[in-house]
Design a protein around this ligand. Structure first.
Ligand code: HEC
Length: 124
């Protein structure tokens, strides 16, 4: 009898561990948010706000470049590309390849950084 009880306790222990693992592993829903949060920090540290006004980013009140508030409603990127996450990444990685005469500098972002910044802009 006591052996049986021991097994039951062990099985219950496994269930608790499994439930905890599931709770910790459920990151898929929050992954896009984490990317956007990293994008926010990158925008802050790359100094995008010296040229752009960007919603939700501290000290981002520049006016050399277009306002990036209400970003999702923007139809075009630099007047050339339709606005979607892929074209934003393309633009961020090499603005001159899209529009040779643009004043937006190439900030030498990695593709992952560009995707995270695009994720943030798409929350705006
Ligand atoms: C030195 C100033 C400057 C900096 C720094 C800068 N930009 Fe720009 N950006 C511009 C200018 C100017 C444009 C307008 C491009 C054009 O149409 O020629 C632009 C355009 C854009 C656009 C397209 C917006 C639209 O309405 O067409 C996005 C998106 C953008 N910048 C994001 C960023 C991000 C993100 C950063 C930081 C990683 C950044 N920019 C840093 C000057 C800057």
């Amino acid at each position: 009898m006591s052996r049986l009880r021991g097994r039951a306790a062990a099985a219950a222990g496994c269930l608790v561990v499994a439930a905890l693992a599931a709770a910790c592993g459920g990151g898929s829903a929050s992954a896009p948010k984490a990317a956007a949060e990293r994008g926010h920090d990158l925008i802050l540290h790359e100094g995008c706000g010296t040229c752009h006004t960007i919603g939700g980013v501290e000290r981002a009140d520049g006016d050399l470049g277009p306002r990036l508030t209400d970003f999702r409603r923007k139809r075009k990127i630099a007047g050339r590309l339709p606005n979607n996450p892929n074209t934003v990444v393309r633009w961020l990685l090499n603005p001159q390849a899209v529009k040779p005469a643009t004043l937006m500098p190439n900030l030498h972002l990695t593709p992952q950084q560009a995707r995270e910044i695009a994720a943030y802009l798409n929350t705006q």
